[in-house]
Design a protein around this ligand. Structure first.
Ligand code: NAD
Length: 428
């Protein structure tokens, strides 16, 4: 049987549960999500026709706190993918030690084919469909691939109308004008950047000597490119869904983003401009590569920041990076992990490397509940502390057990979830 995102998660989970010698009852509780909510949404298009799309909310575990996780709008967002992402959220929130469980939402559609009005109707319909399972103390959604702050605002508004309440803590990743937190827009990249800085320091690497490749130029990838460029790293190649560009002497991500913002035509909520449109970018010495080729180019640090399963047994032997920092969720398969480990390539796994997003979502939720407004400096300092604490806890497991960073993060996360399950008396 071909593997699925969820079956790949289970491979890692089983290995971890074996290592931790969990009971049969504990293993059974961790394997399956607590709730799987699935319903079709009937979207009335602008021309009056109907588009029926599958929608999901999977709640994996609330052992450590309310369910927490983004909502993905993507053609590949099927139940197997959403289940895997929900389970990864449980591990991730435990690794960074924030009092949330794990959940994920998905709408299986191509939102780029929708008008802004259609996207708003779809977003509001999602909330109406799953409202009884959501709530500031029950399950708090957030953005993910193709879901933007504007979508979060429509969703909060729909929930407040339905419940006749003021509920800023219903959802995170909101715009600043409607209950968002400073620093949430850059949080995923910022968290990954803090880890990389720490790694560079401990391994004696200097930013100006580091050559970096990023796949994906959205929220996670573009902001990371910006931080690394600013720190002095050379951004050798970047890509988006249209393909990649390479410049041996380095690309300027600020200029590329400006270009995208200025000239990308906007349909609905999405920019259609591509980072690979070099002719209009007027960049010299830039060549095109496919997304597959990009991953195999020589570099020090490779940062997958788009979709899952891009590093598999097909290309793991050809990766030429020394470090992989997973800003995307699930970019590396377990088979690829084994090959990379044999080749001495260090992988900072998704459940650690991209946890900055959910961490600042937690800060946004705290602000929503308390009515406080945190300064940008406070958000940045708390994020740094949280990420570095998690990194040192994971690194302690790496050193103690002689395992990879991914195995160590899973050991730490699963142990913390099970400790809560035991404390709550769920397991004997
Ligand atoms: P986004 O929608 O802002 O950007 C996605 C980027 O990936 C875009 O540049 C898009 O063009 C590119 N892309 C899409 N399909 C591609 C393909 N086949 N090949 C190469 N590039 C492709 O999404 P994002 O929020 O930046 O999320 C990217 C990844 O990071 C996802 O795996 C997401 O789950 C993960 N992540 C994001 C956050 C967050 O806070 N945004 C937090 C944790 C994890």
């Amino acid at each position: 049987m071909p593997s699925t995102p969820f079956s790949r998660f289970i491979v890692l989970l089983e290995r971890t549960m074996e290592q931790l010698e969990l009971s049969a009852q504990e293993r059974a509780l961790l394997r399956e999500p607590q709730f799987v909510h699935r319903q079709s949404i009937d979207l009335v298009r602008d021309d009056g026709s109907h588009l029926v799309v599958p929608a999901y909310r999977v709640q994996h575990s609330d052992a450590r706190g309310p369910y927490k996780g983004g909502i993905r709008f993507h053609p590949a967002a099927d139940l197997e993918e959403v289940k895997a992402l929900a389970a990864l959220m449980s591990i991730k929130t435990a690794v960074v030690g924030i009092p949330f469980g794990g959940a994920k939402g998905g709408v299986q559609c191509n939102p780029k084919e929708l008008s802004s009005a259609e996207l708003q109707r779809l977003s509001r319909a999602y909330v109406r469909t799953f409202a009884e399972h959501l709530g500031p103390e029950r399950d708090i959604p957030a953005p993910d691939v193709n879901s933007t702050p504007a979508i979060m605002a429509w969703m909060r508004d729909e929930y407040e109308k339905m419940t006749n309440s003021f509920a800023p803590a219903f959802i995170t990743g909101k715009p600043m004008s409607y209950g968002g937190s400073l620093g949430r827009d850059t949080a995923t990249a910022r968290g990954g950047f803090f880890l990389l800085q720490e790694l560079m320091q401990s391994e004696g690497m200097q930013a100006r000597h580091l050559r970096v490749i990023l796949q994906g130029f959205g929220n996670a990838g573009a902001n990371m490119a910006h931080f690394l460029h600013h720190a002095g790293c050379t951004i050798v190649a970047i890509s988006d869904s249209q393909g990649g560009i390479v410049a041996e002497e380095g690309l300027d991500p600020v200029r590329i983003r400006q270009y995208k913002n200025q000239t990308g035509s906007v349909k609905g909520e999405y920019c259609e401009g591509s980072v690979c449109d070099i002719e209009r970018m007027k960049l010299d010495h830039v060549r095109h590569v496919t997304n597959e080729e990009l991953l195999e180019l020589p570099c020090d640090i490779l940062i997958p920041a788009a979709l899952d399963t891009v590093i598999s047994e097909r290309n793991a032997a050809k990766i030429q990076a020394r470090y992989i920092v997973e800003l995307a969720n699930g970019p590396t398969t377990p088979e690829a992990d084994a090959i990379l480990q044999d080749r001495g390539i260090t992988v900072l796994p998704d459940v650690l490397a991209n946890a900055g997003g959910v961490t600042v979502s937690y800060f946004e939720w705290v602000q929503g509940r308390s009515g406080e407004r945190w300064t940008a400096e406070r958000v940045d300092a708390e994020l740094k502390r949280t990420m570095l604490d998690a990194f040192s806890a994971v690194r302690a497991e790496v050193r103690q057990n002689g395992v990879t960073y991914r195995e160590a993060a899973f050991i730490l996360g699963v142990r913390r979830i099970v400790e809560s399950m035991r404390a709550r008396g769920w397991v004997g």
